[in-house]
Design a protein around this ligand. Structure first.
Ligand code: 1CP
Length: 343
């Protein structure tokens, strides 16, 4: 792995051409993904096939020659292992048949058994077998807060009303749940590392639901517990950790992320000003607005180069999108972006 540009950037090295990968690089915008996906009515069943996951993780690597691959799985495997009954039905987002609706549901949760999701670790092994030797694999999980939000809401939602009302009415029990989730995430990521991943990313995709005070109390505190556990364990202590916070109410520059190597910036963040504050402290990953990929080639070229030029001297820059790629994007536009980075 010494030759990995991506891992060297996580170690704060500067590159004239930055390493590139992008969030949700394997998925619905790729016709080769759709071809395999149509064989499964429930997305989760596909995630339980390690060889298929490996094949899906390799698709964007084969097509675009990216600098890192990401495990093909989902953040919601943990709540599923807690018996919340996850399914992804045709044309719908995630749905839990057994969501957390009351404090009693938290009291009677089964304890998390990492072996219940052994299929994820097999997928890591299968993917490592297929990947070129020097191409790193990123493992991941959702932040405890983001997992709690899906578990209480029972799926996705625009406003997460149930979650907000649970937070207002049962803050102590919510914190007990977050404690359970941060321990589960630790065991989950530890096992991913034992199976072969080279870096970890934590997705706090629903950080934006929280006010400034709530952000510290319900999200960052538990992500911090998770990263502290990872750093104190010899198995995981040397594995770089990337954190994605989606649109936090507190200025990202003012957040202190202990034990994090890299901050993955949401597309609304001003990368130039964040870079001034994060220099020599964190690597930065980001942050082209995925919607730019719906524009003309000229605009894609211009916006991509703008970011590359701002970040050209930054110690530890990784080009990425500012959030996941969406299903409506044409893969040829992704190629334009990559050419603009590497020209
Ligand atoms: O129907 C389908 O084909 C399923 C689509 C799909 C895919 C391809 C889902 C359902 N999950 C995934 C894979 C996935 N999810 C990966 C691996 C692939 C890759 O990145 O290359 C990863 C890293 C995730 C992470 C994930 N899942 C996040 C965090 C990233 C983010 O976008 O903020 C979140 C929030 C989820 C939940 C989830 N899983 C799937 C969907 C459609 C969603 C979002 C639901 C919502 O809108 O709230």
């Amino acid at each position: 792995m010494k030759n990995s540009k991506f891992l060297r950037a996580l170690n704060l090295q500067t590159h004239s051409i930055p390493p590139v990968w992008f969030m949700r690089q394997a998925g619905r915008y790729l016709p080769e993904y759709q071809k395999i996906r149509k064989n499964y009515s429930n997305f989760l069943d596909m995630c339980k096939q390690p060889k298929t996951c490996a094949e899906l993780a390799l698709q964007p690597i084969d097509r675009f020659d990216l600098d890192a691959s990401i495990l093909f799985s989902d953040i919601l495997t943990i709540p599923d292992a807690l018996n919340l009954g996850l399914a992804f039905h045709e044309g719908e987002g995630p749905k839990f048949s057994n969501p957390i609706s009351s404090p009693q549901d938290i009291k009677k949760l089964i304890s998390f058994d990492v072996n219940a999701i052994g299929y994820v670790f097999k997928a890591v092994e299968e993917t490592k077998n297929l990947l070129p030797k020097d191409l790193p694999l990123i493992g991941f999980c959702g932040s405890p807060w983001t997992l709690a939000a899906y578990s209480i809401e029972g799926g996705s939602s625009k406003d997460f009303k149930k979650t907000k009302s649970f937070m207002a009415n049962h803050p102590t029990e919510l914190q007990e749940f977050l404690e359970i989730l941060s321990n589960a995430c630790y065991e989950y990521l530890r096992q991913q590392v034992l199976s072969g991943v080279n870096a970890l990313q934590i997705f706090d995709s629903w950080a934006d639901l929280l006010s400034e005070n709530e952000l510290e109390r319900f999200s960052l505190q538990y992500t911090q517990q998770l990263t502290d556990l990872l750093k104190s364990d010899p198995v995981t202590s040397n594995i770089p950790i990337i954190l994605f916070e989606k649109a936090p109410k507190k200025k990202i520059d003012d957040l202190v992320f202990k034990n994090i190597s890299c901050v993955s910036l949401y597309w609304q963040e001003n990368i130039e000003s964040v870079a001034k504050n994060f220099k020599n402290q964190y690597a930065i990953q980001g942050n082209l607005d995925p919607k730019v990929l719906l524009e003309s080639d000229e605009i894609i070229w211009k916006e991509t180069q703008k970011i590359c030029s701002i970040m050209s001297e930054y110690p530890g820059f990784i080009f990425n999108l500012g959030h996941g790629i969406t299903p409506d994007i044409n893969p040829s536009k992704v190629k334009v972006m990559i050419d603009a980075i590497r020209q």
